[in-house]
Design a binder for this molecule. Structure first.
Ligand code: FAD
Length: 428
């Protein structure tokens, strides 16, 4: 028999994992209500702040997420930093089930000396900067040197290389921030080198697993660089790969004030097939460069001391989406399986977690005999703590403002870069 009162599920994080989990739960049972809590006043996670501005077609998933957010049994509550404004335990008391879908907001570091020098950036910050992530708006990357080195050869590294090399006329028509456009307009970067631990065959291996996107992107990168109109520009922009190299040290400039190069170990391969590993030889190589972007991976961070966390794998330990040792707590997306895979991978993974939750509802593993207050208890608690939430209708006001500002300059949107500004527009 159906439960007397609705089954209340809380999703933490309004990125693809959060929205796909919500979508699947709403479809799976007419008794479920879903509240999506998001730290920022704006939804969609890395679809807004990660996906490259020159790939607008990828962002069409926003239309599906919008439909989910507007579903009558779904509510979006932005501007809530879970783990800080409210604890996971408080959410677990207010809801029958809580799903962690908060992505991977940290990044892996190289662990070499000189990493903290000016001129060294993480790809995460650089991407956040050109995509308008509020915490990266002050980055001001120094593009005054001819050579930029990117450590990593994955999809994110390719995105960054493309942004550094793309003709401005192309970027101008995207939703890249005006601030980034101006900095790129003054860029002196002529050469971008992408450094990888292993060789071209190993890159090809990754491509084999994940065929369409990386190959498409590689081809695009080649085509765009080849098609570039060099008139009115100094020199010819070039890019290339450096294989079998691992970072040893970021080299400081003579006065020690900034990075001026990178020392790399030359590697050789050991093992065969998928088990092949890169092992450093005694040979070293140095590249003089004024900018180093480390693109060696995003990393999930613990959200709350009450939630188990596997520091080695940097994920919430789980069994098919059920968080270990914690009944009623689930996870999906990058925090569940690590920061790899495209949106479609995240979608399938989120559908799997939703299926697990529906099974647990069916089996009685989630106890729905007691009604739960959901947001009717959480929102007043947040208000008491001085936190006011942003609804999806509020976000639509931000969306309208950004679209309006974008139209004025021939772009699909001009993102608001400041959380206070977003809130001011949301609550007018
Ligand atoms: P996220 O998208 O990171 O969403 C997590 C959400 O949780 C965020 O909105 C965050 O603000 C919120 N959050 C974090 N902490 C808290 C908290 N404490 N409380 C409340 N909310 C919180 N895939 C493609 O298919 N095509 C592409 O072109 C593509 N390009 C990419 C480019 C880059 C640079 C990156 C990094 C990824 C790209 N991807 C692409 C992959 C895709 O973005 C991911 O698969 C997907 O976004 C992962 O979804 P997620 O929901 O797990 O994480």
């Amino acid at each position: 028999s159906p439960p007397a009162s609705p089954t209340k599920v809380c999703v933490v994080g309004g990125g693809p994992a959060g929205f796909y989990t919500a979508q699947s739960l709403l479809k799976g049972s007419p008794h479920i209500q879903v509240d999506i809590y998001e730290r920022l006043p704006v939804p969609f996670g890395l679809v807004r702040f990660g996906v490259a501005p020159d790939h607008p077609e990828v962002k069409n998933v926003i239309n599906t997420f919008t439909q989910t957010a507007q579903h009558k049994r779904c509510h979006f509550l932005g501007n809530v930093h879970v783990g800080k404004d409210i604890t996971i335990q408080e959410l677990m008391q207010a809801y029958h089930a809580v799903v962690l879908s908060y992505g991977a907001e940290g990044n892996r570091t190289m662990g070499v000396s000189g990493e903290g020098l000016p001129g060294v950036y993480s790809a995460k910050d650089f991407v956040g900067w050109y995509n308008g992530l509020p915490c990266n708006k002050e980055l001001q990357p120094d593009l005054s040197h001819e050579t930029a080195v990117i450590l990593g050869q994955g999809n994110v590294a390719l995105d960054v290389a493309r942004i550094l090399l793309s003709p401005l006329d192309l970027l101008k028509k995207t939703d890249i921030t005006q601030n980034a456009l101006e900095t790129l307009a003054a860029s002196k970067v002529q050469r971008v080198l992408m450094v990888g631990r292993r060789g071209p065959l190993q890159v090809a291996c990754t491509i084999k697993v994940n065929l369409p996107r990386p190959r498409k992107r590689l081809t695009e990168l080649i085509m765009k660089t080849l098609n570039e109109d060099h008139r009115g520009r100094q020199g010819v922009k070039r890019w290339g790969f450096r294989f079998f190299r691992s970072p040893l040290e970021v080299l400081p400039s003579a006065d020690g004030s900034r990075a001026s190069g990178i020392r790399l170990a030359v590697n050789k391969l050991e093992g065969v097939g998928d088990a092949v590993t890169a092992v450093p030889t005694s040979e070293v190589d140095e590249i003089a460069c004024g900018m180093i972007i480390s693109s060696i991976g995003y990393k999930s961070l613990p959200i709350d001391p009450a939630v188990p966390f596997d520091f080695k794998r940097a994920i919430v330990p789980n069994n098919m989406g059920r968080v270990e040792e914690t009944t009623g707590l689930y996870c999906s997306g990058w925090v569940k399986r690590g920061p790899t895979g495209v949106i479609a991978t995240t979608m399938n993974d989120s559908f799997d977690t939703a299926r697990t939750i529906l099974q647990d509802l069916e089996s009685g593993a989630i106890n729905v005999s007691v009604s739960r207050p959901g947001s009717s208890e959480v929102v007043p608690l947040l208000e008491k703590r001085g936190v006011r939430t942003v609804s999806f209708a509020d976000w639509e006001k931000i969306n309208a403002e950004e679209t309006k500002q974008g139209t004025a300059v021939g772009k699909p949107r001009e993102k608001l870069l400041d959380v206070r500004e977003m809130l001011a527009v949301a609550w007018t």
